[in-house]
Design a protein around this ligand. Structure first.
Ligand SMILES: [Zn+2]
Ligand SMILES: [Zn+2]
Length: 743
């Protein structure tokens, strides 16, 4: 007879609200082990006892057969004395003990639920809100923790006996699935159209009819509404653009299946896998010509595509066989809308119909956006499926720290104990609505984690709403330079301790000297940085106006190099975009430095080159000229322009002269400019011989990244960039937090 031994496991990571305890229960019972499992304040505690070989099998299966949404960060195992338990049980956890538990992200419908939804014999056949422990809403329906039904927006729906039985059975795949429901007990689906309300199947039919007729319909998703219309109907897409006042920013498109998506976009196997992953992000891929209405992504060869992720999406596509534009329902850059009332208030004039249901969205959450660099997935917007992003730190912090992020693509991050949490994407904090969303998110995390910060970290920019908020709090505060925070985010993700050579290229960030930075090269570690190279500065004619008019940026570069009369004789697309009189007026303003702040922004240099190439003179959204340049940069072997690299300055003067002296096609200018930046990075990297770190919105440019990767690989330069977190300003909060943690 073998001796009975005992084991105690303490597990952290994504282990609560993801079916972890029933999974452990099933494993333990199948190995005839006794003991118990319960949720504790940091994760899950398991005590098992039985004979040695059963314990060994249990441990192997425990690590190899995780539930789909679970992730183990740490697992402490200790031998304990056997107590002689009679059975294995799931023990009730007390609410207070779970205050620190991770709130998990929402997840796309799983294969089991999809199969049930399509099974004529199943009681949930066609049920548009079907979900289980492995799938469905989490964060977006959670009011507070612990994650129990009474703390979610499902609390007003009393489970029917059948749902309740599933919910209480540890062997059922809906054991403690908080949003569980069915036709008998769940929220109702309805369509509001032409002043009528239709429910259930009639609502779906009406929605399909509207979409087929070219109408614009708001459809409730997990974290908010989408505005949907037929992506092959040019009239419908144009109507959406006009009504939303969104002239050219590309729309994301939802395809019924991966096969349908492949007809409209070229994608690698890695890209297809990412699109079909359980997180279902929007993935930017290369568009095929003429597959969709031209207004979906005008002038751009990239397309953001994704697959259905809620049962309701699948039900829609059963009845409509075309791809659908699916863009976040909001007004220009305001946050995504989550309730019927605010939808009608803001978008009453935009939508023809609304398909909604009675399960309230407590916390809004946008779609995540990603792209692949070869086989590396790069996060562009951290949201549904990934956020709230929780990680276990390799150390404990004695302080509770809050980092409030940047102004564009804002997200917040917090640290307490050995836990670090990054919020979903909040957005640009330019409107009152967006700032309210920022405050609401702060409040949500305060409630989830009983979190009252001892220290607040923010950007140095006095104009950032998040910085102003931080400065108004009577709390100890740290301010971190924007581009340093970009690099710190990369150090946090990759746990880099040594000094790196960091390229922080982006649109705008507040520099230590009060000017606008954005083309910066730092020698940096987690404690300090030294600015070793910067883009030769130039003036932004008209300040903010220059951001919307690439021609103004190009003109400022020309002013730096040419006398006014000399300039007026040049033949350049930039100059043709102005009247001669305008040029004289702007020159006078430039000479006096009136409303013409200095900047060293790489994003603006992209604007200038796009103007000089005749590609774009005015833009309607952030990053547009970069995307347009990419669309033109077809020559992967293009010759770089000459650029000066003296006295810590990346001097674009020689490049400007070459451009002004010759006649080039837009394709040549775009391709050679991308090659130039990659070459600058190679030369500077060789000079310092350190590991290289890339961060900043400019590195969302895949053509540039691919060129840099090719050149760096060839030169044997070791480099990293954030990939689980955005390279754009979405990573700033993480960088700020990391600085405070490492101090
Ligand atoms: Zn499921
Ligand atoms: Zn039910």
């Amino acid at each position: 007879m073998e001796t009975i031994r005992g084991l105690k496991l303490r597990v952290t990571g994504m282990v609560q609200g993801v079916g972890f305890r029933p999974h452990v229960y099933t494993l333990a019972v199948s190995e005839s082990l006794r003991g118990y499992v319960y949720n504790d304040s940091e994760g899950v505690t398991i005590v098992v006892e039985g004979d040695g070989s059963a314990l060994q099998r249990f441990m192997e299966r425990f690590h190899n057969e995780l539930p789909p949404l679970a992730r183990i960060d740490t697992c402490d195992k200790t031998e304990v004395a056997a107590e002689g338990f009679a059975a294995f049980e799931i023990r009730h956890s007390d609410a207070e003990a779970q205050k620190g538990a991770a709130v998990s992200p929402d997840m796309a419908i799983c294969d089991n639920c999809l199969a049930e939804m399509r099974d004529p014999a199943d009681r949930r056949k066609d049920y548009w809100l079907i979900n289980c422990t492995d799938c469905g809403p989490r964060y977006t329906i959670t009011e507070t923790v612990p994650y129990d039904r009474c703390n979610t927006s499902m609390k007003r729906f009393t489970m029917c006996p059948e749902c309740a039985a599933e919910y209480q059975d540890p062997t059922d795949r809906r054991y403690h699935a908080q949003p569980v429901s069915c036709y008998a007990c769940g929220p109702k689906l309805y369509l509001l159209r032409d002043g009528e309300r239709r429910e259930g199947e009639a609502a779906l039919e009406g929605c399909v009819e509207a979409l087929k007729g070219g109408e614009i319909v708001a459809v409730k998703g997990l974290g908010g509404f989408h505005l949907m219309c037929d992506a092959t109907d040019e009239g419908a897409v144009q109507r959406l653009r006009e009504r939303k006042h969104r002239p050219s920013k590309p729309f994301a498109v939802m395809f019924p299946t991966l096969e349908a998506a492949e007809a409209a976009a070229e994608m690698s196997r890695a890209e297809a896998a990412l699109i079909a992953s359980k997180e279902r992000p929007v993935v930017l891929v290369r568009a095929r010509e003429n597959a969709l209405a031209p207004s979906v992504a005008p002038g751009i060869d990239r397309l953001g595509i994704f697959l259905p992720y809620t049962p309701l999406h699948y039900r829609l596509f059963e009845n409509i066989d075309v791809p659908l534009v699916a863009t976040s329902a909001n007004l220009s850059d305001e946050p995504i809308l989550r309730g019927d009332d605010e939808l009608f208030e803001k978008l009453g004039g935009v939508v023809d119909a609304v398909l909604s249901h009675e399960r309230a969205i407590v916390n809004a959450c946008d779609d995540s956006v990603m792209q692949m660099l070869g086989t590396i997935p790069l996060m562009l917007r951290l949201a549904r499926g990934f956020a709230p992003y929780t990680m276990t730190l390799p150390f404990e912090t004695s302080k509770k720290i809050l980092a409030v992020g940047a102004n564009q693509k804002n997200a917040i991050a917090l640290a307490f104990g050995n836990r670090l949490v990054v919020s979903p994407h909040i957005g640009d904090l330019d409107s009152v609505e967006a700032f309210e969303y920022f405050e609401r998110t702060l409040e949500t995390f305060r409630r989830f984690y009983d979190f009252e910060p001892d220290l607040i970290v923010c950007d140095k920019h006095p104009g950032y709403a998040a910085t102003q908020w931080a400065r108004s709090q009577e709390k100890p505060r740290l301010e971190v330079q924007h581009h340093y925070a970009h690099l710190l985010a990369g150090m946090a993700e990759h746990r880099i301790e040594e000094e790196v050579l960091g390229f922080a290229f982006d649109g705008t960030g507040y520099g230590d000297d009060g000017t606008i930075w954005g083309g910066e090269v730092f020698l940096a570690d987690t404690r300090s940085y030294e600015r070793v190279f910067t883009l030769r500065p130039f003036r932004l004619l008209g300040g903010e106006k220059a951001v919307r008019e690439p021609r103004r940026v190009a003109l400022a570069l020309l002013f730096e190099r040419y006398a006014l009369e000399e300039l007026l004789n040049l033949e350049l697309p930039t100059l043709r975009a102005f009247e001669a009189e305008e040029i004289r007026m702007l020159h006078a303003a430039w000479q006096r430095g009136v409303n013409a702040p200095l900047c060293s922004s790489m994003g603006r240099l992209f604007d200038a080159v796009a103007s000089l190439a005749g590609i774009s003179q005015r833009v309607s959204y952030e990053g547009e000229s970069g995307l347009l340049l990419e669309a033109h940069a077809s020559d992967a072997d293009a010759e770089p322009f000459a650029v000066g690299l003296e006295n810590g300055e990346i001097d674009w003067g020689a490049m400007l002269e070459t451009l002004a002296a010759g006649t080039f096609t837009a394709e040549t200018v775009a391709s050679r400019f991308i090659a130039t930046l990659a070459e600058v990075m190679v030369v500077v990297s060789r000079r310092y011989g350190r590991r290289v770190l890339l961060s900043g919105g400019v590195f969302q440019n895949r053509t540039l990244l691919e060129r840099v990767r090719t050149r760096f690989d060839l030169e044997g330069i070791d480099y990293l960039l954030p990939s689980q977190f955005p390279v754009n300003d979405g990573c700033i909060a993480l960088g700020q937090l990391w600085y405070a943690l490492k101090r």
